[in-house]
Design a protein around this ligand. Structure first.
Ligand code: PLP
Length: 490
């Protein structure tokens, strides 16, 4: 690492801030905290000045890639620029400083915003109603599947199967299994789409729902969606859409019009919340009219000009989040949607699609794209031709870091060998896209002329190749002072 640890910067007696002498005893009396629970020695905190701390952490933060510093073509994740004004709005005291226990009469503004956001999401997706509670896409999926189960239960029948295409995000089968369903995988056709013949052969009276992603994870639109939905509805099975990536559909087409019965959106992807590193997020679930009663409670209701929480509902699947969801993310999404409006959202989607197709056209000769349909907001190319030189998709991803680009998603979806899943989003300029193309073409050239260089990348990063298995299975999270034994508590 380029920077020493904060512990290594420690100088005995150095302080950032000195508190006045304490007027309470430094050790709590034994009747407050038993003596054997008290530590023998003070914790070995680093002793540093405020300035040391500021420099240290600012430098560390600059070792990272971020959307604010680098192009981030991370397929499926929609890492787009998040307008800073949304941060300002989310930080307004009227949103940031309220408490979920405050009575509705004191927080009419935020209730109006939540109600308004539900309506905007209904307008964007063509669904009848939304819950804003789920805190992530995966939690939205779980909520949706609970609704699927409740729907069939109300009809007094057992349906135990969820159909899922083999190109699906891993959370889909995981959510289905967690909800007690068994998963039947649908093999994609040669065009990367659901194969109607395969689908019909797996459709029967035990199917509770199909979970599909549209556009799918290959960035392709499932143009048979209406036929597929009609066939499912004939069996009274439901269509669940994984709407994590709405970036290609805004203002252009609505899942509700395609026969989708319920879906989750990932506000942190499409609707401008900085994400990555695990959160925070929001995965609202939208449903068709027939499923509205199953939504989690409480739900925000408009009564005349006032807003209130409605906590009772006979058919609800119950609460899926403490309080009302991740309000900060919801405020950002509302601000983003209102600022862009229908025209702006549509332009965002169109630009995302054009950007992806531009990259695809320029790259596919070198990195073949196994499907011929033009793509939507993302596409999946393959680094397979470089394998002849001993270079893999993972190597290409590492080498891209040296060129100053974050790496695309690699090895997903699983149905494309040496997959590079590229999603440029609408926020990148043509200049950036051209530099990215040049870097990828140059890496392909390097793979031929100097494969070792690519295999050993990155060379310009603070750390080179990590042991990915050990880093995940045996993380070393604790620093120990060299040559000094650790003081264990007694
Ligand atoms: C990101 C993503 C998910 C999971 O969303 P989380 O918010 O990470 O739980 C599910 N499906 C697809 C297609 C995704 O891209």
């Amino acid at each position: 690492m380029a920077d020493p640890l904060i512990f290594e910067r420690s100088v005995p007696g150095r302080r950032g801030y000195r508190l006045p002498p304490s007027d309470t005893p430094s050790r709590p009396p034994a009747d407050m905290l038993p003596a054997d629970q008290q530590r023998a020695t003070p914790p070995q905190w680093p002793e540093v000045a405020e300035f040391d701390v500021v420099r240290h952490y600012t430098r560390l933060s600059q070792l990272n890639f971020s959307v604010d510093t680098h192009f981030y073509p991370l397929g499926s994740c929609t890492m787009k620029y998040n307008p800073k004004v949304n941060e300002r709005v989310a930080a307004l005291p009227g949103f940031a400083w309220i408490h979920p226990l405050q009575p509705a009469s004191q927080v009419q503004g935020v209730l109006e915003l939540l109600h308004g956001l539900e309506q905007l999401l209904c307008a964007i997706t063509g669904m009848a109603a939304f819950t804003l509670q789920p805190a992530a896409g995966a939690q939205g999926e779980l909520t949706g599947l609970k609704i699927v189960a409740a729907y069939h239960k109300r009809k007094r029948r057992t349906r135990s199967t969820i159909l899922i295409p083999d190109s699906a995000h891993g959370t889909n089968p995981a959510s289905a299994a967690l909800s007690g369903f068994s998963v039947v995988q649908l093999k994609s056709g040669p065009d990367g789409l659901i194969d109607l013949k395969e689908f019909k052969s797996k459709l029967n009276r035990d199917v509770a729902a199909l979970m599909l992603t549209n556009p799918n994870t290959l960035g392709l639109f499932e143009y048979n969606i209406k036929t597929i939905a009609a066939l499912l509805h004939e069996q009274d099975a439901l269509v669940y859409m994984d709407g994590a990536n709405m970036n290609a559909l805004l203002g252009i087409s609505r899942p509700g019009d395609m026969g989708v019965d319920l879906l989750q959106l990932n506000l942190h992807k499409t609707f401008s919340t900085p994400h990555g590193g695990g959160g925070p997020g929001a995965g609202p679930v939208g449903v068709a009219k027939a499923l509205e009663d199953f939504l989690p409670v409480p739900r925000v209701r408009k009564r005349g000009t006032r807003f209130a929480w409605e906590t009772r509902s006979r058919a609800t699947v119950g609460r899926v989040h403490g309080w009302f969801g991740n309000i900060g993310v919801l405020v950002r999404a509302y601000a983003y949607i209102r600022a862009l409006g229908r025209e702006g959202l549509m332009r965002a989607s169109e630009t995302a699609i054009i950007n992806a197709n531009y990259l695809k056209a320029k790259l596919q000769e070198t990195y073949p794209v196994p499907f011929h349909q033009s793509c939507l907001h993302e596409f999946v190319a393959s680094a397979k031709p470089l394998k002849a030189h001993g270079v893999t998709a993972g190597d290409v991803a590492k080498r891209l870091l040296d060129y100053g680009f974050y790496a695309p998603t690699v090895y997903f979806p699983l149905i494309v060998e040496e997959a590079l899943m590229i999603e440029p989003t609408e926020t990148e300029s043509k200049e950036t896209l051209d530099q990215f193309i040049e870097a990828l073409l140059r890496i392909a050239e390097e793979a031929k002329t100097n494969p070792e260089l690519v295999r050993r990348a990155p060379q310009r990063m603070p750390v080179d190749r990590l042991d990915e298995v050990k880093a995940a299975r045996e993380p070393n999270l604790r620093w120990m002072k060299p040559a000094q034994s650790i003081v264990h508590s007694r």
